[in-house]
Design a protein around this ligand. Sequence first.
Ligand code: PEP
Length: 263
Amino acid sequence: MRRRVIAGNWKMYKTLVDTRAFFSSFLPLVAASKHCDIVVAPPFTAVSTAVDAAKGSSVAIAGQNLSWSKEGAFTGEVSAPMLVEAGCRYVIIGHSERRQLFRETDDNVAKKTLIALESGLTPIVCLGETQEDRDAGLAEAVLSRQFNGGPGALTPEEFSRILIAYEPPEEFSRILIAYEPVWAIGTGRTATPEIAAEAHRMLRRCAGAKFSVRHASALRILYGGSVKPDNIHGLMAQEELDGALVGGASLDPKSFAALVNFA
Ligand code: PEP
């Protein structure tokens, strides 16, 4: 079994005061949780505050997006080196809100994934089909297009950077994939564990076909879409699910801690 990851995406919520309050409640609740990786992605303005608040704990901080350029005249953008300097270790790339509302393309996702890796960040690359795609029987086609056009567009060398960590040492791909069906995000309509596992298997097959079986089995794939303390049990019972990317339920320290402690 691959080591699990529970990542929280705060989206455009929480001020600095809220961020400090969250960590003072959350950290004691997960202090004994050594079994999974814990990640929190606050808004950019709260990254430094979150990094300070999480210092000395096992909670890592993520950016919610980044530029595909290291620097330049890109008003409003934030670069990978800036995130690293601020203390981030992860970055979310290609979230469906960015794809749908901010015209993020597969090509951008590929460029951002590469720059994140080059800068030492762990990318959490999101992909997922819409309800219309699923109803039209296109879920697999959309997922494979998003995989192959995004992280799958990297060379095997770029994709294959393997991190050996933990005791005993384990092999992981540095890239995390988050399968997030758009119809399940923020809707309360979680994918059934079977639907999620089927999509994960299909994405792992894409990684195996593009890279190698070894890389596919080292790839951690998270599920995202209305994960809550009352449905995580069924989802995590599926071996294919290597953790969760959580929106709404990550805003509350008690519910996010319940997810971490269950994983
Ligand atoms: C998300 O934004 O990545 C997400 C999964 O949101 P929610 O858990 O609220 O559906």
